[in-house]
Design a protein around this ligand. Structure first.
Ligand code: FES
Length: 225
């Protein structure tokens, strides 16, 4: 029987309700020929490409490249520091201010007999004036080096005992420089002593005289006055 626009008769009892008919799918928009070959997706346009990250660069604190840069920077800084330090050291070398080997110490009339300690600290010598020297059989001057012949300490002049006494191991020396007690194996050394052109006494430590070698009889080991 043909369908009519009139009232629809209800289905008989026990008949299952009819399923709604699916709506037809909307037709896809036709492609724009002007955009052929281009990506027109909004998502594709707005989403930036992510750079391929190295596995170690994913650290939230510092990646491998960061550590490499830090190490390289530290190495460069230390290298530059060494170069600058070396240059400065070259331009400003250490200078040892050693006392001169030759020096004048005044006129003979400036001295009385005995041991004079004025030049011990400045030049490392005692100047001794004696009324009679056994090696030259005359009055005059000699200069004793202040270096103990045991291990190189500096003895002290003990005027009350008329001797030089080494504080290190107890060696003792006569005013002449001859050793007489303690471990020192030989006398103190004497330095060259002469009169300078201006009449002052000049001491020259670059030339030394040793008693055990018979050198104290040398004319320049004693200044006759
Ligand atoms: S250094 Fe002078 S006694 Fe040893």
């Amino acid at each position: 029987m043909a369908e009519t626009d009139g009232p629809v008769n209800p289905p008989p009892a026990g008949t299952p309700p009819a399923k709604p008919k699916p709506k037809p799918a909307a037709a896809a928009p036709a492609p724009n020929p002007a955009l052929a070959g281009r990506t027109t997706s909004a998502a594709a346009r707005s989403t930036p490409r992510k750079a391929a990250a190295a596995p170690d660069d994913s650290s939230p604190l510092m990646g491998r490249r960061g550590w490499m840069g830090l190490a390289w920077g530290a190495f460069t800084a230390s290298f530059v520091g060494c170069m600058v330090g070396g240059t400065a050291r070259f331009m400003f070398p250490n200078v040892l201010n050693e006392p001169p080997q030759q020096f004048t110490i005044g006129f003979p009339t400036d001295y009385g007999d005995g041991v004079d300690e004025r030049w011990k600290n400045a030049y490392g010598v005692w100047v001794v004036r004696t009324p009679f020297d056994d090696y030259h059989e005359a009055p005059g001057f000699y200069a004793l080096l202040v270096t103990c012949t045991h291990l190189g300490c500096t003895p002290n002049w003990l005027s009350a005992e008329s001797k030089f006494k080494c504080p290190c191991h107890g060696s003792g020396f006569r005013p002449t420089g001859i050793n007489f007690e303690g471990p020192a194996p030989r006398p103190l050394e004497r330095a060259r002593i002469v009169l300078a052109e201006d009449g002052q006494i000049m001491v020259d430590k670059s030339r030394k005289f040793q008693e055990e070698l018979g050198q104290w009889t040398d004319p320049e080991a004693f200044l006759q006055v």
